[in-house]
Design a protein around this ligand. Sequence first.
Ligand SMILES: Nc1ncnc2c1ncn2[C@@H]1O[C@H](COP(=O)(O)OP(=O)(O)OP(=O)(O)O)[C@@H](O)[C@H]1O
Length: 638
Amino acid sequence: ADPLDQDMKPSTATNPENGLSQILRLVLQELNLFYSRDVNGVCLLYDLLHSPWLQALLKVTENCSPNSTTSQLTGNFNLIKVVGILRETPKSPEIQELRQILQDPHFKALLSAHDTVAQKDFEPLLPPLPDNIPESEEAMRIVCLVKNQQPLGATIKRHEMTGDILVARVIHGGLAERSGLLYAGDKLVEVNGVSVEGLEPEQVIHILAMSRGTIMFKVVPVSAPPVNSQKMVYVRAMIEYWPQEDPTIPCMDAGLPFQKGDILQIVDQNDALWWQARKISDLGTCAGLIPSNHLLKRKQREFWWSQPYQPHAHLKPTICDSIFPFLSSFIEDDMKIDEKCVEAVNFSFSSFAYSVPAILCVPDKGEFVGSGQKFFIAGFRRSMRLCRRKSHLGQLRAAEVCKAGGCLSALAAPYEEVVRYQRCPSDKHRLIVLVGPSGVGVNELRRQLIELNPNHFQSAVPHTTRSKKSYEMDGREYHYVSKETFESLVYSHRMLEYGEYKGHLYGTSVDAVQTVLDEGKICVMDLEPQGIQVARTQELKPYVIFIKPSNMSCMKQSRKNAKMITDYFVDMKFKDEDLQEMEDLAQKMETQFGQFFDHVIVNDNLQDACAQLLSAVQKAQEEPQWVPATWVSSDTES
Ligand SMILES: Nc1ncnc2c1ncn2[C@@H]1O[C@H](COP(=O)(O)OP(=O)(O)OP(=O)(O)O)[C@@H](O)[C@H]1O
C-alpha cells in the first residue's frame, strides 16, 4: 500500500476542486507504468515526485492554502496538522527547530489569539433590544458592559434636588471610559431591567454587585458630554497623599496614593477639586483621583489657620461605605465633598521654613583634602564640614518642631509641573549636588569622583571675608572679598550657602559654580538639604543625589576603620550612637526633602557607591530627566 495514496485520499475525496494531490497521484500512476520499462529519465522523475519531502510540502500547502478544505479551520488546527506532518518527515536540524518553534506555548497563544479574532469570538453576546420601547424614550441609550475583573471605572451620585442617580465621574482608562458609552452627567434609569427611580446609590451598587456577566444600563444621555481637551500635564508630587487617610475624598477606592517625588501624569482637570492622574511608573493602569492643586492649597491654608491642630481623624466618610465590590463603581456626593473639605486632612506637607540660603559656621582654620600634588581640590575644608554637621541637626529639628505645631507653609506648591529635559551637548553641564547626613561619605565620594578625572569634575571655590594667608592663593583656596561685597552677594541671592565664624563670612556663590560650568566642567558640590531650593534654578539645573547610609549592621561592618571628624578629635572611630544618629538624620532628610532627590545612592561599599555616583552623574548629563517646567522653554523640551 502506497502511503501517499492513503494520505491523499481524504483530501481529494472530500474536495474535488483540490486537484494538486490528485494530479500528482495520477501522474505517479502513469509514471509507474513506465518505471518498469525504464524509459529514459522516468525513474528520476518518479523518485522525485515520490520523495517524502515533496509529499509533506504538498500536504502543508493543501492544509494552509486559501482554497483548501481546511482554510476555514483555525490556526491551531492547522498547527496540529503541520506538526503531525513534520513528525513524519525525515529528521533534520531545521525540521526539529521548526517543530520546536511551532510547539512553543507563545506561538500557540499567538495562533489562539488569531483564531479568536478570525472567528469574531470576542464580541459579547448582547441581549436583543426590547421591542416595546415607547416613543417618549427615544433619547435613551442602552449600554451593555461585560463584567470582568476590571473596575467599571465610574462613580455615581444622587442629585440633591431631583433625586436622580447620575454618573458622577468616568475614570480615565477604566472600562466605562474605554467603552465610550457612559459619560459624567448621564442619568441612570435602569440597571439590568430594574428601575433605579427612588433608589439610594447604595441600592444601585447592590444591584450591580449581584449581577453576573453582561450588565445593561439604560441611561438618559447628558445633553453635552464633557470633552477633555486639556493637554496632558506632568507634575512632581511635593507632598505625599494617602486616600485612606483623607476623609474628604469622594470615593476612597478611586483614590491614587502617591509619595513625595513621584511623577504624576494628570489626565483630567475638569473637576476643580479632584483631578485624575496616573503614576508614570504605572501608565498602563486606569487613572485615580488626586486632590487638585486648588483643593490642596485650600487645605494648606485651613491647616495653617486651624489652631490648635486637630487631625479630625475620627471623621470617616459614610457615603462610600458600600463600595460595589466587584466592579468598583463608586458613590459620590458633591455636597458632602464641600462640607468635608473644610476639615483638616492627614497629609504630610513639607515645611519650607528655610527658603533663604542655609547658614553655616565656618571656622578660621581648615585643612585641604585631596591629592595635594598635581591638582588642588577646593571646598573640602575640614572645619567647614564640622560646622555643617552641627547645623544639620539643629535645622532639621527646628523644621520638625515647626511641622508638629501645624506651621505649614501656605506658599509651598503641592505639585510642581515638570517636563522631560535632555541636555544638548553644547549646553552647560548640570550642577551635581550631593546631600547626606554628616559622616555618610558625601565628601569621600565627591573627592573620589573628582580624583577620577579632575579635568572633568571640579568643586566650586568658596568666598571668604578673612584675609589671605601667605601660602594661599586668591581663587584657589578662597575668593577673598570685602564684607560689603560678600553681603551684596547674599542680598542679591547669589550665595548658595554661607555662614559666619569668628567674625568672618564664608560661603559658596552661584558665580563660583558658574565659573566651573563655563569651563565646560561638571561642578560637584555638597549642600545642606535646606540649600537645595536656593540652588534649584534654571541657570544651574541641579541634579540632586542623596547619599544614604545602609542599615546599622552593614554600617558597623563597613565603617569599622572609618574615621569621623568631631569637635575635639581629628580621627575618631564611629561609635554605634554616631551610626544611629546618621541613620535617624537620613530618615528625616528623606521625609522632609525627598521630593527634591533625583537619585538615591546607598553608600555601603565605597567602590560600588562611587561607581553608582559616576553612572548617575553621566546619566544626569546625557539622558532625559524630569525637571521643573520653568527651567525649560517649550522649544527645548524633548
Ligand atoms: N562606604 C564607605 N565605607 C567605608 N568607609 C567610608 C565609606 N564612605 C565613607 N567612609 C569613610 O567615612 C568617613 C566619613 O566620610 P566623609 O568624611 O566623606 O563624611 P561626610 O559625609 O562628608 O560627613 P562630614 O562632612 O561630617 O565629614 C571617612 O573616613 C570616609 O573615608
